[in-house]
Design a protein around this ligand. Structure first.
Ligand code: TMP
Length: 205
């Protein structure tokens, strides 16, 4: 495909959105054609699924939860991401397949083989050119008060969040073209690191 696919991953409130927005503006200013999008969402159907899966009052079984994310992913990938990549755009996506591995795999305990099979089906085997995994230190992570967490997944307890976070570390280490970004630092510093990683991986060549 002509375009490039960059994914921003990490636990909630790790600064992904801020950095994705900064990168999108930076690349647009440089004359690149950019699509900034997110999961679950990025398309009408997928945004509706997002509302269902994140609604705090819903009790959703782990497998139903996984299928909702994968349904949103299939729609988003086939209707939005692949056409944009075929047009030669740089697609910046907040969250993708690694989120399902970290949250539904490590967090909920669903068999990783099941998740990988569904991920491959939903994405038609599309893989990111680069995945940036934003992680903050344990101290900062556990200090963040519960009152900050508003959607159904964000309200999960600390045990769930620590499992998911450990998952991100392991997944980042074993995934091709994935790199951990230290998210404890100032916004401008992190932005510089993001640009350096993009250059290092030849994403903008
Ligand atoms: P966010 O857009 O604020 O990151 O919210 C999305 C929430 O959904 C977040 O808590 C992570 C969760 N999530 C999963 O559990 N599995 C997935 O596959 C995706 C894409 C997100």
């Amino acid at each position: 495909m002509k375009g490039k696919f960059i994914v921003f991953e990490g636990p909630d409130r790790s600064g992904k959105s801020t950095q994705a927005n900064l990168l999108s503006k930076y690349l647009t200013n440089k004359g690149f054609c950019v699509l900034l999008t997110r999961e679950p969402g990025g398309d009408g159907v997928a945004e509706d699924i997002r509302k269902i899966v994140l609604r705090p009052e819903h009790k959703v079984s782990p497998m139903a939860e996984l299928f909702l994310y994968e349904a949103a992913r299939a729609q988003h990938t086939q209707h939005i991401i692949i056409p944009a990549l075929e047009d030669g755009k740089i697609v910046i996506c907040e969250r993708y397949t690694m989120s399902s591995c970290a949250y539904q795999g490590y967090g909920r305990g669903i068999d990783m083989e099941v998740i990988n099979t569904l991920n491959n089906a939903a994405t038609l085997n599309l893989k990111p050119d680069l995945t940036l995994v934003f992680l903050m230190s344990d101290k900062y992570f556990t200090q963040r008060g519960e009152y900050l967490f508003s959607d159904r997944l964000e309200r999960e307890d600390e045990v769930f969040r620590l499992k998911m976070r450990k998952g991100y570390r392991e997944l980042a280490a074993k995934t091709k073209n994935a790199v951990i970004i230290d998210a404890d630092r100032a916004v401008a510093q992190i932005h510089k690191t993001v640009l350096r990683e993009l250059a290092g991986y030849g994403v903008l060549d």
